[in-house]
Ligand binder design. Structure first.
Ligand code: CP3
Length: 347
């Protein structure tokens, strides 16, 4: 049966179809910038919150209603898949992730387990179900996962690295083990995303958050085949948003690796990105999240400026180029969403 969300602006834009207005949602729309979220986090740790589906759903539904955005995303994290694959994950009190047993030697790759069963991540599927039940039928729900490279970067570095020297050294020094590890991440992540789709999400986003640290050549050789493997394994019919920020030079290869919507950051303009990627792809992005630290006037001008570039082109999803910063005043995030709804009406 057709559902209200099938005809939503978000789903239509993801399929590059015309919409009457530009859809908007924000990466990290549920998070520490929001008082309701901080209240819940006084009682439970971040990992506990992710593993308590009723609470995770509540956090996202509250954020969606508070902001008035056009899509929800499940409240979860890209790193949760690492636990059932054999890595010990922690989040430090200030928020940063840490792997207690990172992959450092070539023999460590054998210890990394392919995710054979989704059972240990069943709590994520329950988050999907509860969030879907609580969201208005007109709003699609987005599922997500990390891309193989970004997962490998965490698995090897053990935390949010600045220069990624260990992951880069690993892929050059141990190409065979690298291939084995990236294949495990691609296959496991496809299984994970297909389960999220089965549980009720309408779109999926693949976060390749750290990809911008690579050269074009290294992306082609060491990463692209595995991102493509992952995307090719996703059951057809669900729009895929492929987000690879940081280095616009990579965009043609990111596009070729797959996905219907390409997520971009502010380092490239929307017009430049469309020129590079091609008009038959949808684009998601790309306001600098720092703009949300300014004021209502600057936010409104920035939204107007961005939407002028888009004009009436179908296939645009308004978002930030990266997640909302914790210092963002919530009224600024609301002002952004309101401005997109005001200026993004397609006549
Ligand atoms: O967008 C949403 O609101 C949905 C939830 C979501 C979270 N993480 C919740 C979260 C999503 C989509 C993610 C993805 C994610 N997680 C990425 C890719 C996007 C990006 O930011 O590049 C990455 C790299 C991670 C790994 C991760 N999780 C880091 C580096 C951190 C610490 C830094 C930070 O921003 O706090 C987290 C923790 C995290 N994930 C928080 C939230 C709300 C903050 C935890 C807290 O202290 O309450």
């Amino acid at each position: 049966m057709k559902k209200a969300w099938d005809d939503s602006t978000m789903m239509r834009a993801a399929r590059c179809q015309k919409t009457e207005s530009v859809p908007v949602w924000l990466m990290r729309q549920a998070g520490r910038y929001m008082e309701e979220y901080r209240k819940i986090r006084e009682r439970v740790s971040f990992l506990e919150l992710c593993k308590t589906p009723e609470l995770a759903a509540e956090v996202m539904i509250t954020a969606v209603q508070r902001l008035g955005v056009d899509a929800g995303i499940i409240f979860s994290d890209i790193l949760l898949i690492l636990e059932p694959m054999g890595l010990e994950l922690e989040f430090e009190p200030e928020g940063g992730p840490k792997i207690r047993n990172p992959i450092r030697k070539s023999s460590d790759v054998e210890l990394l387990r392919e995710l054979e069963s989704i059972e240990p991540l069943e709590f994520v599927m329950n988050t999907v179900r509860y969030t879907r039940e609580g969201l208005d039928d007109s709003l699609p729900l987005i599922g997500f996962a990390g891309a193989p490279f970004t997962l490998a970067a965490y698995a090897i570095e053990g935390n949010s690295s600045r220069n990624f020297r260990q992951v880069k050294a690993f892929m050059h020094v141990y190409p065979t083990e690298w291939q084995e590890m990236m294949t495990k991440f691609a296959v496991s992540t496809a299984r994970y995303l297909n389960s999220q789709i089965n549980a009720g999400v309408q779109l999926v986003q693949i976060f390749d958050s750290w990809i911008g640290c690579l050269s074009g050549e290294d992306y082609k050789k060491y990463v692209k085949p595995y991102s493509r493997m992952l995307i090719d394994l996703i059951v057809p019919g669900t729009p895929i948003i492929h987000f690879g920020p940081g280095n616009p030079v990579l965009l043609p290869d990111i596009r070729d690796a797959g996905g219907h919507v390409i997520g971009i950051d502010w380092r490239v303009s929307v017009n430049q990105a469309w020129e590079i990627i091609g008009a038959n792809y949808a684009i998601q992005g790309n306001l600098d999240p720092a703009i949300l630290l300014t004021n209502r006037e600057i936010i409104r001008q920035s939204v107007q400026h961005l939407l002028r570039q888009v004009e009436r082109r179908p296939g645009f999803i308004f978002n930030l180029g990266h997640g909302i910063m914790p210092q963002t005043p919530v009224e600024n995030a609301i002002a952004l969403v309101d401005a997109v709804h005001e200026f993004g009406v397609v006549r």
